[in-house]
Design a protein around this ligand. Structure first.
Ligand code: MHO
Length: 225
């Protein structure tokens, strides 16, 4: 195969993981939490969007009764839903003082099934046992997700044009960049949650051909931040 062929298909998350779950979370402006979760090994994909409301076709300017949310796909063999929600509660203040921006910045946690619901109960119980207060988070069954505009996806990564330019060799479309695991990690790096060294070490563990991993590492080492 020619090296200029579309290599992105080789690193689509579904090729790497067998046991995937999703989580959808609201914790204020969605830019930072996308970086936060994107840096965690086991997280396959991060996307930002609007959820929890009834307004049809929400946009950033007109999200109606929706909330800014992050949607994660993760490999539950590598990181559990419980770990995800510990990170969620440890990294935002769920109290929405004076209903600031209405529902836009609500602390919101969705579950997709009974197991996730049970995991939430368990984490809440442990938190209370540790003396932490009951968070003022709305907990609800998952009811859908509206993908936000491209400019909001991987927001901090996009502050670095050279990173976006280098990644476009592997991920030519917005959609591919949005869905990319590497872009999620680098979005975490752009916000200071991880280091290039940690990302490289993680890539070396991935179940991919050695040649592809080498090319991927070479590419991200060329990025000028
Ligand atoms: N930091 C922005 C919020 C953007 S976030 C996508 C602001 O100060 O308005 O809600």
């Amino acid at each position: 195969m020619n090296h200029s062929d579309n290599q992105a298909s080789y690193i689509e998350p579904t090729f790497l993981h067998s046991s995937t779950q999703s989580a959808t979370l609201g914790m204020g402006c969605f830019w930072s939490p996308e970086s936060l979760f994107g840096h965690l090994p086991g997280v396959i994909r991060t996307r930002v969007g609007y959820a929890g409301g009834t307004t049809a076709e929400p946009t950033y300017r007109q999200m109606g009764d929706h909330t800014e949310t992050i949607q994660l796909e993760f490999d539950s063999n590598l990181i559990s839903f419980e770990e995800i929600i510990e990170v969620f509660w440890n990294h935002h203040n769920p109290v929405n003082i004076n209903d600031y921006k209405g529902r836009q910045y609500k602390s919101l946690l969705f579950y997709t099934d009974g197991q996730q619901q049970e995991a939430i109960r368990h984490v809440l119980k442990n938190r209370v046992a540790r003396g932490q207060s009951e968070p003022d988070t709305e907990i609800a069954p998952y009811s859908g997700f509206h993908l936000a505009e491209d400019r909001h996806q991987k927001y901090y990564l996009k502050r670095f044009p050279n990173a976006v330019e280098k990644l476009s060799e592997w991920y030519p479309s917005h959609e591919q960049l949005t869905n990319s695991t590497i872009a999620a990690r680098l979005n975490g790096l752009a916000k200071g949650y991880t280091s290039l060294e940690r990302i490289v070490k993680e890539i070396e563990q991935w179940q991919l051909q050695a040649e592809l991993k080498k090319r991927m590492v070479d590419l991200i080492k060329q990025i000028r931040w």
